[in-house]
Every structure is written in structure tokens, then in C-alpha cells.
Design a protein around this ligand. Structure first.
Ligand code: S3P
Length: 448
């Protein structure tokens, strides 16, 4: 895809449904009693992988596709003990959320299953879920003995545990909490910093018994889940995905003469780090019409072109913007002064090594970046010559996103303000989380 710089972006968008919440609505819907109707479901490749896995376990799922906000999914729940042994391997494809959360559910079943994934997912670390699930009594083996996919899981009666995760990961936390539904006693998970809490919120909505819990000794955040509760099908409305909104937040701030309204964006405090960072960088974003969609807060965001300056991003902020770091790095590259990103080692084990990919891409575009152990220092090209107009901050380049959807979209945004043409190779991967990304970009007045 060839991207030329944009003169301005103007208009209103409803970004597609939240990926994390969409996955969870299928999973909890499947093990609940009765039907779950999900409005605004995200029909992306990752969420379709989750649907496919549950269909293979006998769950009837109906897809009614309309415009983003009108997409509806109906999950005919089979109850906590109602899943059937799949005939074949379950394929999580590119989706870390599918494999890690599903493993928690499979560990407590009365049947065995195999889960595989594509080449990228098969390189990602699974020890982080294998260890706690084994501690709960699960038989779970990596076929290659390297703690990666494929996994064989022999379901059995699990035991409640108290587990402190080394990483702030909602996928790890959710895996253990879902396994906890099949345990003989309460299960507690603590993590170094609070990660996204959609599983906790949605489990409560379905009638689960789950509470926030701080470790009395260490003060670490966590949650405790009590088993033996019947989950009941629900009506769920999925907020727009702030991780998808992020590309238009960045584009709206960077492209001159822009004004973009993003409707119905989820602003859960465990996900809204990008808004805090934009504000620290001097970004003009107004949060309007704040309301609740079930237990999830949503708002409309009004974004206007702004002059950005550097900031520091690390610690507890990182899990709240983990997927937005590639596009935040693009904003930092066009800001005045330095931005230091630290404590972001988790980026090495996402769909690609995102630390390496961000650094390589930005350097190709003429940005000075120092690599650090857990992040980077970006020496922004903004200011002086680029006041009021970020165009030209970046040089056009050829970018290989290595099949990683978030890298493809972040560097498309970079292309919008680069001098000359930027070529982003293999943009088909945007279907993982945002199949209509380029159509939505065009709807803001940009000609591809
Ligand atoms: C997700 C959690 C995050 C995020 C991923 C989705 C989830 O991963 O990067 O895209 O739905 O729980 P980690 O929790 O492993 O950081």
C-alpha cells in the first residue's frame, strides 16, 4: 500500500468493536446457560478464530453482520459443563487472546484437546500460562517441549491457587481466572501492575462471583474468583476499541488542519493510557458524552491537530496502552524533544518483536532512536521547522510490518505525515483487528 502525505483529515467515525471484549463475549457466552446476544461484535480474523474454536466444541453461534455498530452475534450457551470434545485441533490462528484464555477453559473440561496457531503465534511464550495451569492440577504439554504451541491439554478437576504473575498480562490473568471457574476452591491472581479488567467486569455481568483483591503483603493488584456459580446468557454491547481508535487519534493530532470525532470509544481506565499520554504531549482531545455501556465506560472523542512535545512512558501506564505503543512511537517521532518508553519488554513477544520493528521503521524514516533494555528513547523531529505542521517530520520509506496488524496501521499513520511516499508492505494483516481500517481512513477525506 502506497501512502502519500495527507492535507487534512476531517469527519466522524465509529471505530469497530473492542477486540478483547468481543473474544470474552464468545467465551463467557459459550459456557453460560442460555443465549448471549452481542451487539457491536468485532468481526475480525482474531475474533473469528475464537468463534471457530467454540463451534468445534458444539456451540451454536450465529453471525449477523451489518455496519460496525450493528454487527450482532448470538451465542447459544451450553453451560459450564456443556462443551463437547473437538474432533480436530483447535486453531487459534494469530490470536494470543484466543489461545491463552481458551487454555484456561480447556484445562477444566472432562476431555482432551490440542491447540495450534500460525507461525507467529507458535513462537510466542506459553510458559506463562502452562505454569499456573499445572499448579492448578492441569495436564498441559507443549508438543515441542519448548513451551510454545501446539499444546495438548488434558482437562481435569482443577484446584484453586493463589498465583502472582511475573508479567502484567490480562491474557495470563484471564486464563487463570477462567480456569478458576472449574476449580474446587477460590483462585486468586496478582500481577505487577493492573492489566485490562474486561474478564473481571464481564464475569460479574454473567453472574460470576469475582472480586478485586490487593495482596496484603505486597500491595499488588489482583482478583479472586469463586467457582460453582452458574453463568447466565446476557445482552452485551461492545464499546468501540480504543486500540483501533488510537490510529485516528494519532492521525488527527498529527495531520494538519484535522478535526476528527470518534464515536463510542471504550475508555475503561485499564485501557485509556493513550489519552493520558496524548494529554501529556499537548494533544488537543476532548472527551465528550461519557456514559456507561454495561460495566464499561464509553465516550466520544474530538481530536484536533496539535503541536506535540515529548514525554516519559513507563511503569503502571504500560499495560494501559500496551497495544498503542507502536502508534504512540510515531507521535513521539513527530513531537518536539525526547520521549522515553521504558518497562515495555512485553513488546518483544507480541505478534512481532514490536520494539525491534518500531525502531527499524522509525530509523528508516529518518528518526534518531536509541534502543534501551526495555524500550527506547525517541528523539522527536518536531518543533522548529515543523511547528504547526508535522508533515516532513518523517521521510518516506518502505516498511515491512512482518504480518503484524498494529505495525501496519501505525506506519500507515506515519506515511500520512511523511515527505514523499511511504510504502507499507502486506497490509492485508489489518484484518486481524480492523478489517475496514483503510475504508475508514478514506471516509475522512483521504484518497488512497
Ligand atoms: C489482550 C491483552 C494484551 C494485549 C492483547 C489483548 C487481552 O496482551 O496486548 O492484544 O485481550 O487480554 P497481554 O495481556 O499479554 O499483554
Amino acid at each position: 500500500m502506497k501512502i502519500k502525505n495527507a492535507l487534512s483529515l476531517r469527519g466522524t467515525l465509529t471505530v469497530p468493536g473492542d477486540k478483547s471484549i468481543s473474544h470474552r463475549s464468545v467465551m463467557l457466552g459459550a459456557i453460560a446457560e442460555g443465549d448471549t446476544v452481542v451487539h457491536g461484535f468485532l468481526y475480525s480474523a482474531d475474533c473469528l478464530a475464537t468463534i471457530d474454536c467454540f463451534r468445534r466444541m458444539g456451540v451454536k453461534i450465529e453471525e449477523l453482520r451489518g455496519e460496525a455498530g450493528e454487527n450482532v452475534l448470538i451465542v447459544h450457551g451450553r453451560g459450564r459443563r456443556g462443551l463437547k470434545a473437538p474432533d480436530e485441533s483447535l486453531d487459534a490462528m494469530n490470536s494470543g487472546t484466543t489461545v491463552r484464555l481458551l487454555s484456561g477453559i480447556l484445562a477444566g473440561q472432562s476431555f482432551s484437546s490440542y491447540i495450534k496457531g500460525d507461525a507467529s503465534l507458535s513462537k510466542r511464550p506459553m510458559k506463562r500460562i502452562i505454569e499456573p495451569l499445572r499448579e492448578m492440577g492441569a495436564r498441559i504439554d507443549s508438543e515441542n517441549d519448548d513451551n510454545c504451541l501446539p499444546l495438548e491439554i488434558q482437562g481435569r478437576q482443577l484446584h484453586g491457587i493463589t498465583y502472582t504473575s511475573k508479567v502484567a498480562s490480562a491474557q495470563v490473568k484471564s486464563c487463570i481466572l477462567l480456569a478458576g471457574l472449574y476449580a474446587d476452591g477460590p483462585t486468586t491472581v496478582y500481577e505487577p501492575f493492573l492489566s485490562r479488567n474486561h474478564t473481571e467486569l464481564m464475569l460479574n455481568t454473567f453472574g460470576g462471583n469475582i472480586k478485586l483483591k490487593k495482596d496484603a503483603k505486597t500491595g499488588l493488584p489482583g482478583a479472586i474468583v469463586y467457582p460453582g456459580v452458574i453463568l447466565t446468557g446476557q445482552n452485551i454491547t461492545v464499546p468501540g476499541d480504543i486500540s483501533s481508535a488510537a490510529y485516528f487519534i494519532a492521525a488527527g493530532l498529527l495531520v494538519p488542519h484535522s478535526e476528527i470525532t470518534l464515536r463510542n470509544v471504550g475508555i475503561n481506565q485499564t485501557r485509556d493510557g493513550i489519552l493520558r499520554v496524548c494529554s501529556a504531549m499537548g494533544g488537543n482531545i476532548r472527551t465528550l458524552n461519557v456514559r456507561m455501556e454495561g460495566r464499561e465506560p464509553v465516550a466520544d472523542l474530538l481530536i484536533r491537530t496539535s503541536e506535540l512535545h515529548g514525554t516519559n512512558i513507563g511503569g503502571a501506564l504500560i499495560p494501559t496502552l500496551i497495544d498503542e505503543l507502536p502508534v504512540i512511537a510515531v507521535m513521539a517521532a513527530c513531537a518536539e524533544g525526547d520521549t522515553e518508553i521504558s518497562d515495555a519488554g512485553e513488546l518483544r513477544v507480541k505478534e512481532s518483536d514490536r520494539l525491534a520493528a518500531i525502531i527499524e521503521g522509525l530509523r528508516n524514516m529518518g528518526v534518531e532512536v536509541d534502543e534501551t533494555e526495555t524500550g527506547m528513547i525517541i528523539h522527536g523531529n518536531g518543533g522548529k521547522n515543523h511547528r504547526r505542521d508535522a508533515r516532513g517530520c518523517l521521510k518516506g520509506a518502505v516498511i515491512n510490518p512482518k504480518g503484524d496488524h498494529r505495525m501496519a496501521m501505525a506506519f500507515t499513520v506515519a506515511g500520512l505525515i511523511s515527505s514523499g511516499t511511504t510504502t507499507v508492505r502486506g497490509t492485508d494483516c489489518v484484518k486481524i483487528s480492523y478489517p475496514d481500517f483503510y475504508r475508514d481512513l478514506e471516509s475522512l477525506g483521504y484518497n488512497l
